[in-house]
Design a protein around this ligand. Structure first.
Ligand code: TIU
Length: 222
């Protein structure tokens, strides 16, 4: 398919699906399920469930079009050599990164809690980017992958809106990618932060990018 016009804030954006990547941020058990990293920080993980069905629908549409799909996972090497001591020490969590919880070691690669939730599991051909930070570009090969595929536009969704989604959008925007955020495909442990983070993306004429939703994107792509 050629260009599609997506209704969005602050205004419509024309995208070429062949040059667009859907990036699904950190839909991992560690953030989505009880006993993982998100809950150890004191959060109600059920607040993130609202994003699952809209992401599933967006993934189905992207797969049908053959769009590049990239899943990210936040986590660290089992030896934790890539886990900044300042990150591990932060706050007063009930368990720290690397401790053993009900889904294995908290936020450690290879553990059950690090896996993407089954409803949104990657299918063969989709890329997985493992990242040690909040942003998907920091200390990963994401930029190289996108440049190799001549990608100019990113649809960025997942959890949490104001943390890993926002950091990735800011990083992507600075690297020259046009970032579209489907609001209903993102969620936060803090609903007010979700709303404000979305407003921050599209304020000032789209200072970081565009905000749309799964329905408007899917209708533009159909
Ligand atoms: N704590 C929180 O809101 N988020 C994270 O730590 N990581 C992501 O957003 N993935």
């Amino acid at each position: 398919m050629s260009a599609a016009l997506i209704d969005a804030e602050p205004g419509p954006i024309a995208i070429d699906p062949a040059r667009t990547a859907l990036i699904v941020i950190d839909m991992q058990r560690d953030f989505m399920e009880p006993g993982g990293f998100g809950e150890t920080l004191g959060n109600d993980v059920s607040l993130l469930r609202s994003a699952v069905e809209p992401i599933k629908a967006l993934l189905a549409g992207a797969r049908e079009l053959g769009m590049l799909v990239i899943h990210t996972r936040e986590g660290h090497r089992p030896d934790m050599a890539d886990a900044p001591p300042a990150k591990v020490a932060r706050g007063a969590p009930s368990m720290r990164i690397g401790d053993v919880g009900p889904m294995g070691r908290i936020l450690i690669r290879g553990e059950p809690g690090h896996e993407i939730i089954p409803e949104l599991a990657p299918v063969p051909g989709e890329l997985i980017v493992d990242k040690p930070g909040k942003g998907a570009f920091y200390a990963t090969d994401l930029q190289l992958v996108l440049v190799n595929r001549a990608i100019d536009t990113l649809i960025v969704c997942g959890v949490t809106t104001e943390v890993c989604v926002h950091t990735t959008v800011r990083e992507g925007n600075d690297r020259g990618f046009r970032c579209v955020v489907p609001a209903d495909c993102c969620a936060s442990y803090f609903p007010e932060f979700h709303e404000t983070a979305l407003r921050m993306v599209c304020a000032q004429g789209g200072i970081f990018g565009w905000v749309s939703d799964s329905g408007r994107i899917l209708s533009a792509l159909s």
